[in-house]
Design a protein around this ligand. Sequence first.
Ligand code: SAM
Length: 202
Amino acid sequence: MLERKYDQMLKIRTRGLREWRDQSSQFNRYEATPYVALDKLFQAYKLKKDDEVVDFGCGRGRVPFYIHHHFQIPVTGIEVNDQTFEEALNNKATYRQQAQNIPAPIKLEYGFAEQYEVKETDNRFYFFNPFSVNIFKKVVGNIMGSLEEYDRSVDIILYYPLQEYKSFLKKNTPFYLMNKVRVPKATDKKEKFLIYRYKHKD
Ligand SMILES: C[S@@+](CC[C@H](N)C(=O)[O-])C[C@H]1O[C@@H](n2cnc3c(N)ncnc32)[C@H](O)[C@@H]1O
């Protein structure tokens, strides 16, 4: 119910699933983060007006539109499934009709997350289990590369975190677990957010 109502309020269509035709083991299917989970996350975790969020594997764009609506900050979504990307673009058009007064940009980019060039202003990175840990390692490597050039505070937010992602962040990166947000009434233990922070030097 909440799913349909929230989509209607934002003027977008993000419900449902999309499986890959050739069941790639590297790329996971489309499924949106539940709105109830996003509400819970952002009760506990706030974005600031100078934050800029990137959703790697944004699907139909639910997370970027939700954040743009609630926090009015720049958001970027990267998606590699062409049909899903088209749907995200359609959603942007309809969302924008009722969000003309929010000047912050919404950027949707078609392509591989691992090829996205991390901008010096990007500082909050969202992942809902989009791809294999090998691709995740490449994306985090790109974030680390950007941090070497432009030191800043950066958070990585994982929804439905997989053990491989967690182990990699813990053992191979300077990111530390800063917060954990559970989803109300969740039956699956993985239905939670883990927020990892990179503490910048000064
Ligand atoms: C589980 S969905 C998450 C959707 C969205 N982030 C959300 O939370 O509502 C994962 C998405 O990642 C996309 N994806 C998978 N591999 C990708 C890659 N290498 N680069 C970009 N997108 C990818 C899939 O097509 C799918 O739409």
